[in-house]
Design a protein around this ligand. Structure first.
Ligand SMILES: Cc1ncc(COP(=O)(O)O)c(C=O)c1O
Length: 393
């Protein structure tokens, strides 16, 4: 074939991607072994039935045609109402644009604020696609870690130290994947100050906003921030709809109008019947409380089990779909730990170092399994941690 563009080849540079333990666990499960998969962030349950019925009704009702580029008016209205609730800022439909999932909202946000050669700061540990999303825009970035001993909260002094003359944006995610940290108001205020001082955009990934254990603070609500914040939202986690691919971006009306042109040349609008089902799900908050309660109960079960172990400590783990455990007292090399845990106990978890340096010495456990499975996984972890120590000794 003729040479592919350097743009497309540069999105995912080859090499290790951190998913090796997960892939091995998955292959063994597929081969029929009894493996507990705690490495992925997709629900173990179906989309709420009311949403499914809304979609069936919509598809039977001749909703088979193009939709407006920024989203159906009813959908944008419902998204704006959800953004008002999420960000605490009264939001109008012309301040939101529908995208096929949160990832596409993230892509749109990065494309919207960074030119080729511009620089961004990415607060880590972060969701796996972040670096590649910047590469796709030809932008460079500096990773600024959030110290584990600080509960994975962002540190303004560390972010300031990473600023460059061509820095245009900071990307954060709260509640956080992978750490489960929920950024405090105080730390967000310090971040907002940097953005105002240096005239930066803040890209705020809030796809887990309904799954936090305390108050959700959106930096968009802080003084002077609505004009410089783009909020990434999604129906994947809050509404149990990962496979439906529906998300949205909230920001200043002028930026949303510009982003409509991106939809013109990419999605050309979203599927009509899915848009209608999503509007109905947003209007009625189908599944939102159930899903939030389910994850809160699972988090409590796992954390209670782990808190009894004297060689494993909990960090972050206040929200989202994951729990982050410090396993350095058992084995400082988190990859070695994850491989051995899979080999000995048939449990697949993500080594923390897959998400950056700050999470090294940790494992990320997904809560996307029913409570009995999580209890069993915790029992296996307890056995593994104590046996591993004995063997090492
Ligand atoms: C932090 C974060 N942002 C964005 C996404 C993208 O989600 P989606 O594209 O399914 O909306 C995910 C998915 O796991 C995530 O964890």
């Amino acid at each position: 074939m003729p040479r592919p563009s350097s743009r497309i080849s540069g999105i995912v540079p080859s090499g290790k991607d951190g998913w090796e333990v997960h892939s091995a666990a998955w292959a063994r499960k597929e081969a029929g072994e009894d493996i507990i998969m705690l490495s992925v962030g997709d629900h173990d349950f179906d989309t709420p039935s009311q949403t499914i019925e809304a979609c069936v009704t919509a598809v039977r009702g001749s909703n088979h045609h193009y939709t407006p580029l920024p989203g159906l008016p009813r959908l944008r209205k419902a998204m704006a109402a959800a953004s008002s609730a999420c960000t605490g800022v009264e939001t109008t439909p012309d301040q939101v644009i529908a995208t096929p999932g949160g990832q596409a909202a993230l892509y749109a946000a990065v494309q919207a604020v960074l030119d080729q050669g511009d620089h961004a700061i990415v607060v880590a540990p972060y969701y796996a696609t972040y670096p590649n999303t910047f590469s796709a825009a030809g932008a460079s970035f500096t990773v600024v870690e959030t110290p584990a001993e600080d509960g994975f909260q962002p540190r303004a002094d560390m972010i300031r130290a990473a600023l460059k003359p061509n820095t245009r944006a900071i990307l954060i995610n709260t509640p956080n994947n992978p750490t489960g940290a929920v950024y405090s108001r105080d730390r967000l205020e310090q971040l907002a100050e940097i953005c105002r001082e240096h005239d930066l955009w803040l890209l705020s990934d809030e796809v887990y906003w309904t799954l936090g254990s305390g108050e959700h603070v959106s930096p968009r609500s802080l003084p002077g921030m609505a004009e410089r914040t783009l909020v990434i939202n999604s129906m994947s986690k809050s509404h149990g709809m990962t496979g439906w691919r529906m998300g949205w971006l909230t920001g200043p009306q002028e930026m949303i109008a510009l982003l409509t042109n991106l939809n013109l040349v990419t999605t050309y609008g979203l599927p009509a019947f899915i848009s209608i089902a999503c509007a109905e799900a947003l209007e009625n908050r189908y599944g939102v409380n159930d899903i939030a309660e389910r994850y809160a109960a699972r988090r409590t079960i796992l954390l209670d089990a782990v808190r009894g172990m004297n060689n494993v400590s909990v960090r972050g783990s206040e929200g989202g779909m994951y729990v982050m455990l410090d396993i350095t007292d058992v084995e400082p090399d988190d990859e070695k730990f994850a491989w051995a845990f899979l080999d000995k106990e048939n449990v697949g978890v993500m080594p923390g170092s897959s998400f950056g340096e700050a999470a090294a010495g940790h494992i990320r456990i997904s809560l996307c399994q029913p409570e009995p499975v999580l209890r069993e996984a915790a029992a296996r972890l307890r056995r593994f941690a104590s046996t591993y120590r004995r063997e090492a000794a």
